[in-house]
Design a protein around this ligand. Structure first.
Ligand code: ZN
Length: 502
């Protein structure tokens, strides 16, 4: 287990949401006991966080990175500011890796969005100078819908901060300080990611089996992902093999192609045309090699994709680069959870059916009703837990990967309580009994807070128990037991996923 006391040079005091913390520049925090009150079990213990959810480290329901940001960077300039992990590793909570960004800045730093804007406007600066020049383009691409909301004031302010941001852009940091493979595949990420759990038993996901494992010692996602990497090791595909497969497909389909195509400012291993559509595809040995070619994307308006020949893990998130796998005599391209054959990948790419989604409009939720027993009178009753978000097209989004700052309160928010209540009333056959959700006083915590409670004796379901239960439900989700509930007021969330459209 990593010792949280090691490797820090500065320690500062800060106040966050009414609690006092000590925070170190290695990302460790310690919550102080409240004045005049007895020490709570989790007070005065140094920790990097006790659980990992949505990729972030959490301590008693608070995101650790926000506490570290407030301690070292000060309060957010506005309520609209979010914390950005500069190297994109959500568990690297060292202050130098954190910064406050507006949502617009955050969007503009996405390499795909940036490349598109550069293609359409010349540069991000030119876009910010006159945001209206993109009007009309919002409807071409669902990913550009955010532009409607960009006010000239916001654009002007962003223009001022933009150069500063670029000096420390995500890409540069990724390639300069962290080799890109480490960033993406989570290998050798260093000690700062190891979590010191203060509970005896914690839950973490084994990405391979999605089974809950409980260990007394440290459980870290990077260790788990490297285990997965070993299992998916396959003989790498050579560039020659890829080229010969791609050209064979072109010959068979009767598409025009050019090998090792060079255009003004960009190049591709194979440039394929079908009627008026064309697509450029290049193979790379690693994601870092792909990233180095990223600035050339979008030049000439050509759809441009990278295929990784020696994939370590499929998830490459926001970049138009996918891993190539052997599948007996053919090759498969992995796009998010899908695998498509190389020929159907090229076909889809030519037809513009490979799309990067950054916004999802959530219209329903998949809810688990979990039976629990009252701590006081042992009466069985239920709690609700929102596990997935469902967008208007019926696509299921795992809540564990959705950025928290976009979300309404899905536990005790007015809307969720309302729809859950009417769902239970309309489905008496399910036998779901729930106590009222309201503020109750907790003797352990010596404070009142919103809680689930017992329908018989009104006993509180304590916060610690609720969060432990929720952590378990994330990793032990019984997919059969879920209920889909429509929302009355849809909301938008930021996502990042490549999809293959039908
Ligand atoms: Zn009870």
């Amino acid at each position: 287990m990593i010792d949280v006391n090691q490797e820090y040079t500065r320690e500062v005091d800060c106040e966050y949401k009414g609690e006092k913390y000590k925070v170190r520049d290695n990302g460790a925090i310690l919550r102080m006991p409240r004045e005049g009150k007895t020490k709570r079990p989790k007070d005065q213990i140094w920790t990097f966080g006790e659980t990992i959810s949505r990729g972030y480290a959490w301590f008693c329901g608070e995101a650790v990175h926000r506490i570290v940001a407030v301690a070292f960077l000060g309060e957010p300039p506005t309520k609209q500011h979010v914390v950005d992990h500069i190297d994109t590793n959500r568990q690297n909570n060292r202050p130098e890796n954190l910064r406050w960004l507006t949502k617009l800045e955050n969007i503009l730093l996405n390499p795909i969005t940036k490349a598109k804007i550069e293609y359409l406007c010349g540069s991000v600066e030119e876009f910010l100078d006159n945001p209206s020049q993109l009007s009309g383009h919002e409807n071409e691409d669902a990913n550009f819908a955010w532009m409607r909301a960009v006010s000239s004031d916001e654009a002007r302010n962003t223009l001022i901060s933009w150069e500063k941001l670029l000096n420390k852009s995500r890409m540069e940091i990724r390639s300069r300080e962290n080799p890109i493979e480490e960033w993406i595949f989570g290998q050798n990420r260093g000690n700062q990611n190891e979590m010191n759990f203060i509970d005896d038993v914690e839950f973490a996901v084994n990405e391979d089996t999605k089974k809950v494992i409980s260990e007394e010692d440290v459980v870290i996602s990077s260790v788990l992902s490297s285990k997965v990497d070993e299992k998916v090791k396959e003989r790498p595909i050579s560039k020659t093999e890829f080229m010969s497969a791609a050209l064979q497909i072109c010959e068979r389909e009767g598409w025009r192609y050019k090998k090792y195509y060079k255009a003004d400012g960009w190049k591709a291993d194979v440039f394929i045309s079908k009627e008026n559509q064309s697509v450029a595809i290049s193979a790379f040995n690693s994601v870092s090699a792909f990233i180095k070619s990223m600035p050339k994307i979008g030049l000439g308006g050509v759809k441009w994709y990278g295929l990784i020949l020696s994939p370590k893990k499929d998830d490459v998130s926001e970049c138009p680069c996918f891993s190539l796998h052997r599948n007996e005599n053919i090759m498969d391209v992995a796009i998010a959870d899908n695998k498509v054959s190389l020929d159907s990948f090229i076909k889809k790419a030519l037809d513009g059916k490979i799309e990067h989604i950054t916004r999802a409009n959530i219209t329903a939720v998949d809810v688990l009703f979990e039976q629990i027993e009252c701590y006081f009178c042992h009466e069985p009753h239920y709690i609700h837990y929102v596990r997935y978000l469902i967008d208007e097209k019926g696509k299921k989004w795992d809540l564990a990967y959705i950025d928290d700052c976009d979300l309404p309160d899905l536990r005790f928010g007015k809307e969720i309580l309302e729809v859950v209540k009417s769902y239970i009333e309309n489905h008496p056959e399910k036998g779901v009994v729930m106590g009222e959700v309201k503020k109750r006083y907790s003797r352990t915590m010596e404070q009142s807070y919103m809680s689930f409670g017992c329908p018989k004796c009104d006993g509180i379901l304590g916060d610690f128990h609720l969060r432990d239960l929720e952590m378990r439900l994330i990793y032990e989700t019984d997919e059969q037991k879920m209920d889909r509930i429509q929302l009355k007021r849809p909301f938008e969330v930021t996502v990042s996923e490549w999809v293959v459209k039908d």
